[in-house]
Each structure stands twice: as C-alpha cells, then as structure tokens.
Design a protein. Sequence first.
Lengths: 496, 140
Amino acid sequence: MMNNIILLPMLLPILVGVVLIFLRAYGRIQAWFSIGVMAVSSGIAFYLLEQVQANGILRLDFGGWEPPFGILFVADSFSLLLVLTTTIVATIILLYALFSAGRFLQTTYFYPTILFLIAGVNGSFLTGDLFNLFVCFEVMLLSSYVLLTLGGNKRQLREAIKYVVINIVSSWFFLVALAYLYGAVGTLNMAHVSVRVAEAGQGPLLTTVSIIFLIVFSLKAGLLLYFWLPGSYSAPPAVTSALFGALLTKVGIYALFRVFSLIFYHQPEITHTIIGAMAAITLVGGSLGAIAFNDIRKIAAYNVVIAVGFILVGLAVSTPNAIEGAIYYLIHDMVIKALLFLLVGTIIALTGTAMLNKMSGLMKNYPMLGWSFFITMLSLAGVPPLSGFIGKVLVSEGAVESGAYGLLTLALLSSLFVLYSLLRIFKNSFWGETIVSKEDQVPLKKMLLVPCLMLVLLTVGLGLGTELISGYVTDAAETLLNPDIYIDAVMGGGES
Amino acid sequence: MKINDVILKTVSKAAVLIIFTFGIYLFLSGHNEPGGGFIGGLVLASAFVLLFLSHDSETISDAIPLDFKKISALGVLIAFASSTVPMFFGQPFMSQSFGYFDLPIFGKTELATVTVFEAGVALTVIGVVVNIIFSISEDE
C-alpha cells in the first residue's frame, strides 16, 4: 500500500493556504478553513502515529525514486508526536486568531501565511533528506518573515530586520554545511549519510562539518545564539508570537536531535560536550534575562530560551531516560509556550500596557484569566501533576545517571528562575490593589478565554495522562537511540 | 521634461517578442535538455519587466489586466494539484509519466505529465518576479 498519507500534514496546509489567497476578502471563512484543515491534519497525524506503532517506520519515496536517489518523507514516532502536537496547538491558536484578529490582519494574507508556516514546520519534522530539510526550513522562515512584519509598526520592522538578516546568514551557513557534507560523503539522504559516516568513521573533518550544523541549528533553536530571540518574539501580535514561541525554536531543536542522534553520534565526547556547554550557558543567560525585564513579553520570550537550554540538556546527556524526558518536555513546551504567549497577549490587550509596574490587581477583574495564568506558571515550573513534571524528572534522572551534576544543578536552578520570573508577573499584575474599577475595566471577550482554557486542559491532561502517551514516547526515544532502526526502515528496500 | 524614448519603446517591442519566444522554447525543452519551468518562467518574467520599464506601468497594467499575486498562487496550486493526481491512481506523490503521440502537425511527439507541473512552477516564478518589481516601483 502507498504511504502517500504521510505527505498530507504538509500538503493539506499548502493547498488550503493557496486556495485562501483567492478568498482574501473573506476573513472569517479563511479562519474556519484554516482551523478545519489543522484539525484534519492532527487527525491524520494521530492515525499515522498508530500505524507506526503497529507497522514500524513509514516512508514515502517521491515520484517512486527509491532511496538514496530520490527525496523521501520518513515518519517515525518522534516526528509524528511533534507533528501531532504542532497541528493541535496550531488549531487552538487559530481559534484565538478567529476571535481576536482585527479586520486588517484577516484580509492581508494572515491565514495563508500561517498555513504555509505550519506546512514548513511539518515538512521539517517529516523529511528524510537534509536538503529537503533546508527547503522546509526556508518555507517556514519566509512565512515567519511575513508574519513578523504584518501590521508594520516601527518596533516590528526594527526587529524584523535583525531577524531576517540573522536567518539569512544562518541559512547560508546551512548551505555551506550541506555542501561540505555532500562533498565528503556524496549523499544527502539522512539514513544514507548516517551509513556512510559510520563506514568512513567520524574523523576530524566530519566532526568539524557537524559543528557547522550545530551552529546553524543552534541559531534557529536559540541555543546559546539566542540574542535575536527575545526581541523578535515579543514584537508581533499575540497570535503570531504564540505561534513563534510554540513552534519555531522546536524545529531547530528537532533538527539537532535528529542530526546528532542519527548521523553524528560517534564522537559524543566532542559534539555532545559542546552541546552540554551551550545548553548550560543558555540556561544561565535565559534565567538572567527572565528576571531582568519589566516587559512581560520579554519575560515570556526569555522563558522560551530557558526551555531550549533544558531540552538540550537531554540531548547532551543522551541516556534513554534523558532522551525520553526531552521528548516529553518538547511536547509540553509547545503547549505551554502557546498558552503563555496567548495569556500575555490577552493581558496586554486588556491593560493596554506591557509594563509590570503599570498593572495591578487584575485578579478581581478577570479571575478566570488569573487562574489560567497560575496553572501555566505551575506547569512551566514543573509542579506535578501538570505536564512539565515528567520531562523534568526524566531529564534530571538521566543527568544523574551520567554524572552530569553541573548540568543537573543548572537545569533545576533554572526551574526556580522560571517560577520566580512568572511569580513576578502574577504578583504584580494579578495580586495587589485593583486599580481599575469594575465599571472602567475593558471587557474580556469570553470567547478569547476558550482557546486558553483548551490549552490549560491540555497541559493538565498531558500531566495526568502521561501513561497514555508513554508508549509513543518510549518508541520515539528508542528510534533516536538506535539509528539502525531508522536506517533499516529507509534503506531496507523492498516494500513501497 | 518629457523623455524621448521612441527608440527604447520600439526596440523593446521587438525584444519582448524574442524573449517570449525564447522563454517558451526554454520552458518546453525543459525535462530532457537544459531549461524547464523555473528558468523559462524567469525569462518570461524578464519580458514582462522590460515592458513595465520601457512603457509606464499604467499602460501595461491596462493592457494585461492580470493580478500577478493571483497568478503566483495559481501556479503553486497547479504545481501541487498536478503532483497530487498520481496519489489517486495508487502511485507515490509526484510520480510522472510520459508517452508518444501522433499529433497532426508535429508528427510523433513526446508528451509528459511533468509539463503541467513545470507550467505551475513557471507561473509562480512569473507572478513572484513581476510582483517584486511592481512593489518596488510603487514605492515612492
């Protein structure tokens, strides 16, 4: 049977996005179409995930060209878990957009661009070819340039210039790294590259190439090279920054996991040590940033940075527990960062300011919003039974097993900083004297709370229902730790 | 002061015709020889750009009443939709096939399904390039 269905999480958003370009004038119809296609995609992703559990890794050779000659999509549990989370989170963010986006956004190709962004993200997760990964990255980045500048206020444009320049430079580095790799091993199919690297041995030359890849993906993921992130993630409207915070860095993290577990896993004492050091500095820098600012958008953006550091601790350690923990945390972080940015966006829309010292006592005005924020805070800090807990425990266990006590200490300290930075928001904006009287308060549209509450339910559900997804996560971690499973599925000829 | 651009206009009229022909030739020679939808589309787009440069953009926009944004979207749609067709025949995405047909004037001709995909690519390229030039020229 054909595995064409693997392609659908990328193909459907593109096709619908193109059709929406012709429906430019009809904002609400566009929104419903987008929500529909995302919901359908998440259904497909779930079906595929079940298929992978039953039949092993699936692949699709484009145009019937067998690997290593053609381009292909490979769906394993790790990819599909991320695709599933992406599509679910995107559906909910689009719901928020439906209720919040103004007429201007609705009619300026906002929805098509979001769909193209998701297509790029899903494509990056699913592709089995390094050059195709580059292409999917570009689809995602081009859409993010548009989303970042849409609206065109001064702050957005200023941040966009930095963002675009940095990403173009890193894309150029990506191409250079691909050229070096192709020159060295003569293929770009990930599984084939892995075989060739294993045959030739990962000498100094290939390790250097791997470090170029590390730099490229670190720029995209915000690992150590996160200087561009807080600015550009805090400039655009709430919906856009929620999408960025939830999805964009995760693609870089995914690429790091894939490349350093499938291809360059022979010299962990060099590459994984560097990743560990970078993760440590990221944790410290992110923590300092999170408590340094009074702008709540900046605080939220620095929380993204801390999470990146934390997840990469899992890769640096690379024990089974740590990898599993990192996958749990990756899924958790997509959900919770979307929620955090939506809540922050809502607070700003209600108070008209992003400055902590200018808001107070919102709890009285908007109790539901306050409690949602409270749960978000606990979940981010890793308090059981919410979704952040299991990831933190497993990553920490992994760090203990391999004796990486330095990383462990930093990872746990960073949780305290996360808690402190969000407590500051909670204490300043929700507690304290109510400065806006009931009569003067900006009414909170009830519908805006619905997407937030859905995400709250999701983080509680993920925490309580860890058992339900543990099977998938274990399988994903096993594939990451045993590259042969992936290679056999791709290079094993025969079927398809 | 009004610029006298009779020569430019006359030459560009002839040049545009040649460029169009060459673009279509490149597009059709696509899948076996150097050429194809992308490069053919670029050449065709350059013909449009030359028209916009030699004449003023209002005249040309009136003569070619097309929304180039829609054209690029249509191109993407054609490229992806044509790649999707094989999926309904139990073939992998992007599978292509070709056959030889006896056509009245051309004689025995090779027709390939990839041409449809290439047409989509060409339209996308034309739409995007003309759009870029247009947005730059509109900026005061």
